[in-house]
Design a protein around this ligand. Structure first.
Ligand code: SAM
Length: 233
């Protein structure tokens, strides 16, 4: 079984020997892969939607992993009991939905020591959630696959504010580790964002001078200048 580069990055962040829950597991590739590689012995695959839940069930049966992976239907972290798993992975959803799942499922996180999160968009919302809920961002990866750029965030319990003492507030948007490293995927992502904001700025140039438009323009310019500054060191 071969994982995509994106899911492989998530898999690598799950410590060997952990008991993991994969929330929003869909096809259950992640827990199947980890068990087949004998990296972990037990996992929970959680899914809220009927189709993906059945897809997870059949994948787990196909690989004869029914005694090691428990496939459960339910919303977010409601599929696990406190203390049941030590790692929670949530991948392939928007950052807002992920932060909402974490927020609503806080009581289920009591035995969890590591969160491995791959937001498709709005990583900033997840970083902010970590920061304000006692989860310390430990590692970040940004990668490109099939023309799309993904971030993988790893957090452990601790001082949520600590990663931002050096990077400041900008760290929430760009990622304190990612902005330091500035690999090719990071630079591509933020160059594309700047280009998008500049297009909006051009459109707004012909949209009149109301208070609202002026404020929008100001916010856009601030984002463009800040991002240029980060990229230009
Ligand atoms: N995690 C897999 C991956 O990264 O390849 C699948 C990602 S798929 C795009 C997102 C999955 O999350 C869908 O199957 C969807 O049904 C599920 N999902 C969305 N909201 C959820 C929730 N509140 N609880 C559990 N699963 C959810």
């Amino acid at each position: 079984m071969k994982l995509s580069k994106r899911l492989d990055t998530v898999a690598r962040a799950i410590p060997a020997g952990a008991t993991a829950a994969d929330i929003g597991s869909d096809h259950a590739y992640l827990p199947c892969y980890l068990c087949l590689e004998n990296r972990i012995s037990k996992a929970v695959a959680g899914e809220v939607a009927e189709g993906p839940y059945h897809s997870a069930l059949s994948q787990v049966r196909k690989w004869n992993l029914t005694d090691r992976i428990s496939v459960r239907k339910g919303d977010g972290l409601e599929v696990i009991t406190p203390g049941e798993v030590d790692v929670v992975a949530i991948a392939g959803m928007g950052g807002k939905l992920i932060a909402d799942i974490l927020e609503r499922g806080q009581s289920k996180l009591s035995g969890v020591s590591r969160l491995v999160i791959q937001p498709n968009v709005a990583g900033e919302t997840v970083r902010l959630w970590f920061m304000t809920h006692g989860w310390r961002l430990r590692d970040e990866t940004i990668l490109e696959e099939d023309g799309k750029i993904y971030e993988v965030l790893v957090a452990e319990r601790g001082d949520g504010h600590s990663p931002y003492r050096m990077a400041g507030e900008a760290g929430l948007r760009y990622g304190p580790f990612l902005m330091k490293e500035q690999n090719a995927a990071f630079r591509k992502k933020w160059r594309a964002e700047i280009a998008k904001w500049q297009r909006i700025e051009e459109q707004l140039a012909h949209a009149g001078e109301t208070q609202e438009i002026m404020e929008r323009k100001k916010r856009l310019r601030k984002k463009i200048d800040e991002t240029e500054e980060i990229l230009n060191g």
